[in-house]
Design a protein around this ligand. Sequence first.
Ligand code: ZN
Length: 306
Amino acid sequence: MTYKQLVESLIKEIESEGLLPWEIPWHSGEIRNIKGNAYRGMNSLLLGFYCRSRKFKSPYFLTRKQAREIGGDIKESELERFFSVVFFNPARIQYAKIQEDEIEPKDKEDEKPTIKSGEWKIQKHSFLRVYSVYNVEQTEGINLSNFQNEKTKLKPVELADHIVEGYKNRPQITAIHGKAYYNPIADIVCIPPLRDYDTTEAFYSTAFHELIHSTGHKSRLNRIKSLAFFGSHDYSQEELVAECGASFLLNMCNMLTVKEHRQSSAYLQSWLCKLREKTALLWQSAAKAQKAVDWILGRSYTESAK
Ligand SMILES: [Zn+2]
């Protein structure tokens, strides 16, 4: 399945079920490669969706090379049904010589350019890597029981509490009836108490959403830069970040995502347009959401999962 085909089928799913991408539950736990490394950001979101659309129960993916290395292979009938995961390698720094035409001409004659051609400059290059991966259920000759969703003894609620408690230097969390928001000035998260919700999922969906916002505080990931931020274009992206991030956390707790933060079909329609035209926005938001999730979980990554 190509990226374009996937986005199209994602849109069909949204139209038929009225669910946004980050609201689609996949029930198979954190999506991982066979080394156990979790996929991140958009890769995680899309692979989860791929699991759901193909009804895979295992959250594990691998390349054909990896399948062969462990004594199996991709089933002949599945060879064309790979999924492309995309990685942006961090910028690599290189040195290059400055060319004559790179020096900006100066208006005043007495103002000499500060750089000369032939001097060395630093160049940054970002690399895009694409890998074709398959779910382990598309393979043969591999013992699938080694690649099932990890069974944890903790209940979803315990997992969720564990995440909240593990969030170091977290903002103060206050229970207020009928109000859910993050105040970046006071660095306080306000959420209605658990008993005000119909389901525990709805409560944690809200709690995670507001906690993801709190990672944008200047003392943390510094996404929320000023009060003018609210109502701006950046703020609508921040809402996406919060929704994606909350869905990542809910999935980690084996909880279903909840349609808590939007009601209207107009909102859904506006998202369908954005998905077709602005998939880059979703990519960026998912990446920021992943960073926010990592911050809450207190983990860092040096190497991405293939
Ligand atoms: Zn929000």
